[in-house]
Design a protein around this ligand. Structure first.
Ligand code: MG
Length: 400
């Protein structure tokens, strides 16, 4: 079998997505992939088009060799754009391999290790009672894991520490959120005290700091959350702040999760080897696909680190399906982040993973299970988009 073409499909059914279709000379056999990267999709699209010249004419079964050929092809390598482009191609190749074998991809990864993947939802509200009510909606649907955020900045990150869109001087910038650490550090433990008293101990509670704090503030927060026994505290530090992980570890036993913006196994390795984290949050779509995430999972397992793949709305249904195939098969699965997609997306993509009683599952059909309707995708033109900017109260760009 030979690869005869690589198509990139940019579409915005409710939000932006980048899908990939790899065509072969075998009638009816093609693979679908995804390289969505929140706002950077046009650059990822160009990278895939560039790489596609290296794989047209090759046997799509040779995934490992193709991955390494593409990874090292430019000499300068790595980074989020390249990792998402590589994932788009890698997913499509695994999809083809599954279709040829007549098996869902998780069967090719060693088979089922569990019934389904536990997932966590995003509860949020302007005050603790509202967060509780939001969490109860998830619990009623069967969720056993709920991420809790007081609303403030986008997605509830920074909670009451954020004031939104206050126009003034340099900081009167489109989409600006203003961050003040003090209200955040005080209100967050109070919210979790409320959640534990209201919801009891059977529900797993999570929280995402989203890199808003200095290392010292992060240590204060992790320590103050200890009595509420979080399942994990996410992105308390930035991946670049490795020098401060020992301090955070010594300050608190709150389990730590990091890694949604990490793009390779080599960035993960020191986090594992030094026992700085409990959960790794890299998602297949942002590290170069199933081929690279398998390596990361094996490394993590060697250091007793479990997975908690990033699964927010900024990655799409094929990336999510690929994550579920890995979730189902690896021994060191922890939890999977889970969001609902815009309803229009269901016209464009079929065979998505699905939620039932607190767990998520991929389809049992050969390959990843997902397919794309290109005519429907054309109805939703891609919209140029940027992430919001965060600033301190005096207008300074918020770097840490
Ligand atoms: Mg996060």
């Amino acid at each position: 079998m030979k690869i005869t073409g690589v198509k990139v499909i940019l579409t915005a059914p409710g939000r932006n997505f980048l899908f990939v279709k790899i065509l072969t000379d075998e009638p009816g056999i093609y693979g679908v992939g995804e390289g969505t990267l929140n706002g950077s999709e046009p650059i990822v699209a160009r990278a895939i088009e560039h790489l596609s010249n290296l794989i047209i004419g090759r046997d799509p079964a040779q995934i490992e060799d193709i991955w390494n050929t593409l990874y090292y092809s430019g000499y300068w390598r790595g980074g989020p754009i390249f990792a998402a482009a590589l994932a788009g191609i890698d997913f499509a190749l695994w999809d083809i391999k599954g279709k040829v074998a007549g098996l869902p991809v998780y069967q090719l990864l060693g088979g089922r290790s569990r019934d389904g993947a536990w997932v966590y939802g995003h509860a949020h509200g302007p005050e603790p009672k509202a967060v509780e009510e939001s969490a109860r909606k998830f619990i009623e649907k069967g969720y056993r894991f709920v991420r809790c955020q007081l609303e403030g900045g986008y997605g509830g990150y920074g909670g009451l520490g954020f004031v939104r869109n206050e126009p003034s001087g340099i900081a009167g910038h489109r989409g600006t959120d203003y961050f003040n650490y003090e209200p955040y550090l005080v209100s967050t433990p109070k919210m979790f005290e409320h959640m534990r008293l209201a919801l009891g101990n059977d529900i797993n509670l999570l929280h995402d700091v989203h890199e808003q704090l200095t290392p010292n503030e992060a240590a204060q927060l992790a320590k103050s959350l200890e009595p509420y026994r979080l399942f994990f505290l996410e992105d308390a530090l930035r991946p670049e702040q490795t020098n401060f992980y020992p301090m955070l570890r010594q300050a608190s036993t709150t389990p730590l999760a990091i890694g949604e913006i990490i793009t390779s196994r080599w960035e993960c390795l020191p986090l594992f080897q030094n026992h700085w984290i409990d959960f790794i949050r890299t998602a297949p779509i942002h590290v170069g696909g199933i081929t690279e995430i398998r390596r990361i999972c094996v490394l993590a397992d060697s250091y007793f680190v479990r997975t908690a793949f990033h699964g927010a709305a900024d990655l799409g249904p094929i990336g999510q399906a690929a994550a579920l195939h890995v979730d189902l098969s690896i021994p060191n699965f922890g939890v999977q982040e889970w969001v609902d997609f815009p309803p229009q997306l269901y016209d464009v993509i079929s065979g998505m993973g699905y939620f039932k009683d607190g767990m998520a599952y991929p389809q049992e059909t050969p390959g990843l299970g997902t397919d794309i309707n290109e005519e429907e995708a054309k109805k939703y033109p891609y919209q140029q988009a940027y992430m919001p900017t965060h600033r301190r109260g005096d207008g300074t760009i918020h770097l840490y």
